[in-house]
Write a protein that binds this ligand. Structure first.
Ligand SMILES: *Cc1c(COP(=O)(O)O)cnc(C)c1O
Length: 381
């Protein structure tokens, strides 16, 4: 059991009413540890992608950990961080002029996705202070500059190289300062693509500088980190490779789940136990309505998580047959866990604790359905 789960268990045993289920419990020290581990492994600033977990309490308590910057995709997200002093990045292919205006007034750095957005930024030049912008390059541009790069599934993010060249020319005409570029190759992509991307990015830096006829200052290589750092990846060699960037370039990475996933738990209480013919079910007071990802409806092969059982009265018996954990939403797919054969029995009133729920669980969820309650949120140190 991880130290934070152990701590939550002790807290629950001491006072069971302090966690009103269904709820999320986030460990501040886990967020801190994950962030530090990433920064040490990479040797660069790490920008936090807010969509992984935009809970305000977490944001306030962890604010100091996000000094390298926070990346947002909407005005709603921007409002959440507007009052803080952190460096802000705004990026979304659908960003409209209003979003651009608000981003500029809140002193955010815009990551431009297409030439129309660039034209809109041009309208603010000379009227408002505008931070130097970044261009978001489609991942395929990396492959174009380094044919040995792994293939990508095509996506609609950023621009191809022809558009990037047009944007750079147009930025010069419009007097828009370009700080550099940003790439994001998708979740879980880091280990497979990291070194090849650096080789491509080094050439892209040269191209940017020769078109702009002046130096750029910033390259965001994206992220795509798993929820745990992959120990098999040679981070030392990677850090060495990064030293090939000219010294006037600040290289950064960004992460969401790598920071938040393992720092969060979802807790639900067993309301009923039932058996239908020979199948056993635990009916919990929370499910896919509060934690959509646990139901794994987006996976072709569903491998449900086995939650930790905190028992009111530990049962000495273990399960003879697997037991599914189901939620409250009257949806056939509302199965959020599976206690395998041999695991401790859970009874009515016990709580089930699911790990790795700190990223994309609370927010990426179907809460309006059936007007079911939202999950509570608790923070532990
Ligand atoms: C969502 C997103 C991230 C975070 O992805 P994780 O897999 O959570 O690390 C980073 N960068 C961009 C541009 C994103 O859209």
């Amino acid at each position: 059991m991880s130290p934070s789960l152990d701590k939550i268990k002790q807290m629950w045993q001491a006072n069971k009413a302090q966690f009103q289920t269904p709820c999320y419990i986030y460990s501040i020290s886990d967020v801190e540890r994950n962030m530090q581990a990433l920064k040490e492994a990479l040797g660069t600033p790490v920008i936090y992608s807010l969509k992984a977990n935009s809970n305000l309490d977490v944001l306030v308590r962890c604010g100091h950990l996000f000094d390298d910057g926070i990346e947002v995709a909407s005005v709603g997200e921007l409002n959440k961080i507007a009052s803080g002093g952190s460096v802000k990045y705004v990026n979304n292919p659908s960003m409209d002029k209003n979003t651009i205006r608000i981003a500029i007034s809140s002193k955010a750095t815009l990551i431009i996705d297409n030439i129309e957005q660039l034209e809109m930024v041009g309208e603010f030049i000379g009227k408002r202070p505008v931070n130097p912008i970044l261009l978001r390059l489609n991942s395929l541009v990396l492959k174009q500059f380094n044919p040995e790069h792994e293939n990508f599934r095509t996506d609609h993010f950023g621009m191809d190289w022809d558009t990037a060249q047009q944007c750079l020319q147009r930025a010069k005409e419009l007097n828009i300062d370009v700080a550099g570029f940003h790439v994001f190759k998708g979740s879980y992509s880091f280990v497979k693509t990291a070194n090849a991307s650096v080789k491509a990015a080094l050439q892209i830096v040269n191209e940017f500088e020769s078109i702009l006829e002046k130096p750029i200052s910033f390259v965001n290589l994206g992220g795509g980190f798993d929820k745990e750092l992959d120990e098999s990846f040679d981070f030392k060699a990677y850090r060495e490779l990064l030293t090939e960037f000219p010294s006037h370039i600040q290289v950064a990475h960004e992460a969401g789940r790598g920071i938040m996933s393992s720092a969060g738990y979802f807790m639900a209480k067993v309301r009923y136990k039932k058996t239908i013919f020979d199948k056993d079910y635990l009916i919990a007071d929370g499910g896919m309505n509060q934690s959509f990802l646990l139901a794994q409806t987006e996976n072709t092969f569903r491998r449900y998580q086995a939650p930790e059982v905190f028992s009111l009265q530990p049962d000495s018996e273990s399960l003879e047959t697997p037991c599914h954990v189901v939620g409250t939403s009257c949806n056939k797919d509302d199965i959020i866990g599976l206690l395998p054969e041999g695991s401790p029995k859970a009874n009515v009133g016990d709580v089930l604790v699911f790990k790795d729920c700190g990223a994309y669980n609370a927010s990426y969820t179907v809460s309006p359905f059936l007007d079911l309650p939202q999950a509570n949120v608790y923070l532990v140190e």
